[in-house]
Design a binder for this molecule. Structure first.
Ligand code: SAM
Length: 399
């Protein structure tokens, strides 16, 4: 069986980087900036070509990536025996040794293979049986921290296998020791900051910051801090071909690009225990010098600048009566119009009713998911002067 990726050879190979729906373009730009070749976006990801050093660099430096995976092989299987036989034909010993640990994760969209757990089991059997027959022993399964995580994807009768180089998903930055009730994944927060068009010479206010994720991710962008800076481990470090000297060189050169520029980021929350979590997290992330954490209601904020960017991730109303959530969003709209002239305001929410209550017409509407919740990320231009934000019901927010 022809392997797409040969572990033992140096040079370029295909890499796939996954992300959240709606962040593909941001990820594509990041990959360009890091020197990726043959970049092609797909739904929830981007495919790119690079070498081993590039693989290390993107795991360390990408802000909007969830996982970095390597396509290893693709074949057809029309029944479970064919799946097992083909898996056994793969020269797994090129990647894995019988003393390594493995984990298989299956996803299937097929009338032939209907159970993903069963598929994972069959693939595992094929791998371990090959090792047992060739060497007399087999790799063990480790469902928590395996050295090799293999993804099996079956569409109809097409089986594709990928090797995970990241280990823990890349949103697990490692700076967030304290979380609140509805924390946002770091990768989504990083994506929101980029999508908002915020640039570091502008003030950024997260008026309802929770654990501080959006503000911290903005500080990482602004100061060139690689998001992997706080992690001790990536999946590829457990591989036999791990080139520690190469990784150290890449790590050092990324760390040397960290800047310490004055940036004005405000993380504000009404709830004192929640804000304390944001304070702890900004300290963990070593950005407490650029993020100011303030404990007050969003409605009491008086901007100190004439313009800037506000990002709000208000409650979506899952635990609130509809009338209350609509009232909250109406007040947000009124506050933005009254006190934030000259700012661009962005609001992410899953509640169409609440969004309509803002009473402002969005100039951009981006479709995203926050976990399983389908959301809109809306931009409101709060003009200072003649081109005023409208409260005319005909032009109000359409979801
Ligand atoms: C959905 S959570 C934000 C989650 C945050 N993005 C994170 O990653 O942790 C909403 C936050 O809004 C805060 N909040 C609700 N009403 C507020 C108000 N009037 N002023 C400021 N914060 C408020 C809540 O305390 C809560 O922390």
């Amino acid at each position: 069986m022809n392997l797409k990726y040969d572990y033992s050879k140096s040079g370029d190979f295909e890499i796939k980087v996954t992300t959240f729906f709606g962040l593909e373009e941001v990820l594509e730009k990041e990959l360009h900036q890091l020197g990726g070749k043959d970049i092609v976006p797909f739904k929830r990801g981007v495919s790119v070509v690079g070498d081993l050093g590039f693989l290390y660099k993107i795991n360390l430096c990408l802000h909007t990536a969830l996982k970095v995976i390597i396509p290893i092989v693709k074949f057809e299987a029309n029944n479970e025996q064919e799946l097992y036989d083909n898996i056994k034909l793969i020269e797994w010993e090129r990647f894995i040794s019988n003393t390594d640990t493995i984990m298989i994760e299956g996803v299937t969209n097929s009338e032939i293979f209907t159970h993903s757990l069963f598929v994972s089991q069959k693939v595992k059997d094929g791998i371990v049986d090959r090792f047992r027959e060739k060497t007399g022993s087999r790799p063990d399964v480790d469902l928590i921290h395996p050295a090799f995580k293999v993804y099996v994807h079956i569409f109809k009768n097409e089986v594709s296998l990928h090797l995970d180089s990241s280990g823990d998903p890349l949103y697990k930055r490692g700076y967030r020791s304290d979380i609140n009730e509805a924390p946002m994944k770091e990768v989504l927060a990083a994506g929101l900051v980029k999508l908002s068009g915020w640039e570091k010479h502008l003030q950024l206010i997260d008026g309802m910051c929770g654990a501080g994720t959006i503000a911290i991710e903005a500080a990482l962008w602004a100061n060139n801090i690689p998001p992997g800076y706080y992690r001790n481990e990536f999946g590829f470090m457990k591989w036999q071909n791990f080139d520690e000297t190469l990784y150290e060189t890449i790590y050092e050169s990324s760390i040397n690009k960290i800047k310490n520029e004055p940036v004005e980021i405000i993380a504000n929350d009404i709830d004192n225990p929640t804000l304390k979590k944001a304070i702890t997290n900004t300290k963990n992330a070593k950005v407490d010098d650029v993020v100011s954490c303030i404990n007050q209601s969003f409605f009491d904020i008086t901007p100190t600048r004439k313009g800037g960017v506000i990002i709000l991730n208000p409650p979506y109303g899952e635990r609130m009566p509809v009338t209350e959530i609509e009232k909250l969003y109406k007040e947000i709209g009124d506050k933005l119009k009254k006190d934030f002239k000259g700012f661009s305001a962005w609001i992410i929410s899953s509640s169409p009713e609440a969004i309509k209550s803002i009473g402002l017409r969005p100039s951009r509407r981006i479709h995203l998911f926050n976990g399983s919740l389908e959301c809109r990320f809306l931009k409101f231009d709060l003009y200072d002067g003649s081109k005023k934000a409208s409260k005319n019901p005909d032009t109000m927010t359409k979801y």
